[in-house]
Write a protein that binds this ligand. Structure first.
Ligand code: ADP
Ligand code: MG
Length: 362
């Protein structure tokens, strides 16, 4: 997939912007705070309906503006796909999504038109922190593959919220309704996460070997959760909810279900979180993203967009060179503060970013 145009209006520090990146790697370089990540964030917004970093959509609206608009047109094998997102300062106005010029009625309609994989320095936290980030990693990948997964997640989250609210009150008559909704929506979530991890694990292992460059280090992924091995997810979920009911009532929260899932990462059989060095954690984080790229490429029949934010400076020159040679054929937006981070690689286009102004360098 190729970006034809990226248009911004009142987005972060960009009053207006029109970008036509060429095929291959476009390097965006400039000082900290100049607006490099903002551009990648805008592409992410069009692919996934939200920022990869902002807590709220409104944060992305240029200070002083009422609304922000981002529009991304990609060229795919079946033609052009055009995705637009409009955000409003007024909290009563909903975020609007446009697909090929028409307003979408549900956010899920956005998924699968323009797809992207974002690499960012925060990826280290996906490896090192608690399970939230790893669940998000699985979810972002599954949502981009099928909108039905996004709808299942939404229904599950809504049922969980209702059930937890009920657990705090006196009247438990509605409990079976929410238990039933949780059981029903847990089925696609667990089934798809399980098969995702099965596909991702060998891909991660290959990337880890290539980027890390050490033959005796093996990265593996394991899907962990209370239903990870279940053959009857619906029935086992109900049994689990019933078995934990007393505890849930006491703690006023739901303790059983895929909202507690984890993606367990190991390096040569050992827990990555406690055993890996900084360099190994970085390589693992990159491998997770490269594996996500492969999987999207496979399921969609063409490569997604690559967004690499400030990842080069963190890597040693050998790992950097191997990463750059791997991504060179694909449409990539890559940011750095120092062009020497490119270690001699020759990108298709180099753009200097200076306080929201872009200048192409020969
Ligand atoms: N809502 C906003 N309105 C105007 N400027 C913003 C907004 N949000 C962030 N900025 C500006 O964007 C810049 C940061 O952009 P960013 O892309 O993160 O920089 P970097 O080049 O370091 O990646 C800062 O100068 C910040 O003040
Ligand atoms: Mg940045």
């Amino acid at each position: 997939m190729k970006i034809k145009t990226l248009r911004l209006r009142s987005f972060r520090n960009y009053p207006q912007l029109l970008l036509h990146p060429p095929a291959g790697v476009t390097v965006l370089f400039g000082e900290n705070g100049s607006g490099k990540t903002n551009l990648l964030e805008a592409v992410h917004l069009c692919c996934l309906g939200k920022s990869h970093r902002a807590g709220s959509d409104r944060e992305m609206i240029r200070n002083g503006a009422d609304s922000a608009a981002v529009q991304l047109t990609v060229e795919r094998e079946d033609g052009l796909h055009d995705v637009g997102v409009r955000l409003y300062e007024n909290a009563r106005k909903r975020k609007l999504i446009y697909i090929n010029g028409k307003t979408a009625s549900r956010i899920g309609e956005l998924f699968g038109h323009a797809t992207a994989v974002m690499f960012s320095p925060e990826d280290l936290r996906v490896v090192l922190d608690g399970p939230d980030g790893r669940r998000r990693y699985m979810d972002m990948l599954l949502c981009q593959q099928r909108p039905s997964y996004f709808y299942a997640l939404q229904s599950y989250a809504s049922a969980l919220k209702h059930r937890n609210a009920l657990l705090k009150g006196e009247d438990l008559r509605q409990l079976p309704v929410w238990d039933e909704a949780l059981c029903r929506t847990a089925v696609p979530i667990v089934t798809l996460r399980r098969s995702l991890v099965r596909e991702l694990s060998p891909l991660c292992r290959d990337h880890y070997l290539y980027i890390g460059g050490r033959e005796n280090e093996t990265m593996d992924l394991e899907y962990r959760g209370c239903l990870a091995d279940s053959d009857e997810i619906d029935a086992d979920m109900l049994r689990g909810l019933n078995a934990h009911r007393e505890e849930d009532l006491r703690r006023q929260t739901t303790s059983f279900g895929p909202h507690r899932d984890d993606l367990f990462l190991t390096l040569s059989g050992k827990d990555m979180r406690s055993f890996a060095s900084q360099g190994q954690v970085r390589t693992a984080a990159l491998s997770l993203r490269l594996a996500a790229f492969d999987l999207l490429e496979k399921t969609q029949g063409e490569p997604p967009l690559l967004l690499l934010d400030d990842v080069l400076s963190e890597l040693d020159p050998d790992r950097r060179r191997r990463l750059l040679s791997r991504i060179a054929p694909f449409q990539t937006l890559l940011t750095c503060t120092d062009l020497s981070d490119l270690t001699g690689a020759s990108p298709a286009c180099v753009i200097r970013v200076d306080n929201g102004t872009l200048t192409e360098i020969e």
